[in-house]
Design a protein around this ligand. Structure first.
Ligand code: HEC
Length: 210
């Protein structure tokens, strides 16, 4: 079953998967019915992106590189928990990529399609889409799931831990290797597409009044 799904996902050009368990399509961000979902996802993914960069900068500045690796290792999973008080319509937030440092960030089936959507744009020589919306229908679920994805692009601040491995500061390289022996998230350059931040958004009408 899983192999069949992956096979279907591997079909070139597939933005729409027809495997019975899951149908996912990229929805035009301008479609009026997705405007509120897009706005909520835009806000949540921007907040996570800004918070990560800010806290990473502080961690790098105060405790040195090893401390920053510990920060990413221990704190980031907690930061990706939904910030319910601020945005009750956000069900989940996650980071994913084709080249993973932590296998826990591996893409699920719908994220595979989202990654492919970006790769197709890159293959056409276009920049990665800043933001896009995906609608997912899963067998047995009465309502669709809505996801908003934000492209993550490598900035100079990321290179200390994601740049070419022979250019990483030795202390960082060692700390990363110790915690992530299967690390595949090095070798990036400024401007490269790194992956996606994903927010799952519950349509506002479905948020119970509190
Ligand atoms: C101090 C080192 C460090 C810096 C600087 C850093 N990262 Fe990371 N990054 C990590 C670690 C460690 C992980 C694994 C975190 C985890 O366990 O989820 C990670 C994971 C990620 C992931 C999740 C996918 C994966 O490979 O597991 C993304 C996306 C990512 N980083 C993007 C960035 C971007 C973009 C920047 C620059 C704005 C950046 N990182 C800067 C250390 C760093």
């Amino acid at each position: 079953m899983k192999n069949l799904l992956l096979l279907l996902l591997a079909l070139p050009g597939a933005v729409f998967a027809t495997e019975p368990a899951l149908r996912a399509e990229i929805v035009a961000a301008s479609a009026p019915e997705v405007a509120a979902i897009r706005r909520a996802g835009e806000k949540a993914t921007a907040a996570l992106s800004q918070r990560l960069l800010a806290e990473l900068t502080v961690a790098l500045g105060t405790g040195g590189p090893e401390n920053a690796v510990d920060f990413c290792h221990l704190q980031v999973p907690a930061l990706t928990k939904p910030q319910a008080a601020d945005q009750p319509e956000i069900v989940a937030v996650k980071r994913t990529s084709r080249r993973l440092r932590n296998a826990a960030n591996a893409p699920d089936a719908a994220e595979q399609l989202a990654l492919r959507h970006v790769e197709e744009q890159l293959a056409r020589g276009e920049p990665p889409p800043a933001l896009f919306v995906q609608r997912i229908e899963t067998e047995g679920s009465p309502t669709p799931e809505w996801r908003v994805y934000r492209s993550v692009v490598v900035q100079p601040a990321c290179l200390a831990c994601h740049g070419p491995s022979d250019q990483l500061p030795a202390v960082l390289r060692d700390a990363l290797h110790e915690r992530y022996p299967k690390d595949a998230a090095t070798g990036y350059r400024t401007g490269d597409w790194r992956g996606l931040i994903r927010a799952t958004v519950r349509p506002v009408a479905a948020v119970p009044a509190s």
